[in-house]
Design a protein around this ligand. Sequence first.
Ligand code: GTP
Ligand code: MG
Length: 365
Amino acid sequence: MGIPEKIKKIEEDLRRTQVNKKTEHHIGLLRAKLAKLRKEQEESQSKKAGTSQGFDIKKSGDATVVLIGLPSVGKSTLLNRLTNAKSKVGAYQFTTLDVVPGVLDYKGAKIQILDLPGIIEGASSGKGLGKRVLSVARSADLILFVVDVFQPEARNILVRELNNIGIRVDEKPPKVVIERTSSGGIMVAPTVKLTKISEQLVKDIAKIYDIDNARIIIRDDITDEQLVDVLTGNRVYIPSLTVMNKIDLVNSGFTNELSMRLNYKFVPVSAESSINIEALKEEIYGRLGFIRVYMRRRDGETDFQEPLILRQNADVMAVCDKIHRAIKDELRYALVWGKSVKFGGQKVGLTHRLMDEDIITLVTK
Ligand SMILES: Nc1nc2c(ncn2[C@@H]2O[C@H](COP(=O)(O)OP(=O)(O)OP(=O)(O)O)[C@@H](O)[C@H]2O)c(=O)[nH]1
Ligand SMILES: [Mg+2]
């Protein structure tokens, strides 16, 4: 039996199985097997297709944001409103057929925004340009969901489609560490009470992924799907923000009712009539979690005019990369003043993490 047949068989098995306490273990195993087969299928497909799978886009700026939404919700109109770009707008579906980049300049940060073709249900299994479009989101720092005020349920579809190709939206990577050992079987070592998965299921799923001897340390109350995510090893975890577009077509009562009814928060805007666009910029900036770092020259003078814009948790290495690629090899140490150090002028190395409004001097050879 080939991979596609195996996948089909397990999918059928899953559909037939009722979900209850008794079948939990069985379902968990089936799902793990399915994920493994899908990964194998993916790998063989991308081998066949060569490297021409995705869109060719170059990341630039301090962060990258992608616009994800159904066709005709106003993604291109929004891109044009937020940036200097001129992406084609049309009153019909699938106006945009390629990736269109723009740059939002905000508070000193250069934020790259990518307009994409619309996503439809089933995109992750290859409908339309679906998979290629979705995979652009893999390298994003923030996913900006764009939904139409008359189709707010679309967000669930978008999250599901991203989920299907291994993009976890607004989730944290599960805290699971797998230490391979040479013998002794599988030992499960949870540091919290596991309520959603049994230790036996952890072991059995690990075996599906060819792990026979290991210590599995679990620090979160994980589900079987989260364990599979860890074992598969190619998941990405990306935060999101949702934009509710075309609010010029409704009254404020309508929008209020939506915010009460829906299970997600959103920023209401009208891309076309330019309503609430400044607030959206502020939200995007805030959600990206930038920090500002000031450079101090060796003679003691600090440049407070032009801070370096870095992402949260950036280290000294990131500062070097920003200034000049070669500087990292020349660095002896850095001196830091600010919240990330115990005392001003502390000597730190490349892996030291900086905080907002730190001051730094690089000391080179
Ligand atoms: N009333 C109203 N219409 C809008 C707004 N934003 C966009 N539109 C209209 O919606 C239609 C689709 O806009 P686009 O920006 O092309 O939508 P898109 O999401 O990029 O569409 P695809 O590229 O096909 O996926 C156009 O007719 C726009 O003029 C808005 O805020 N209010
Ligand atoms: Mg478009």
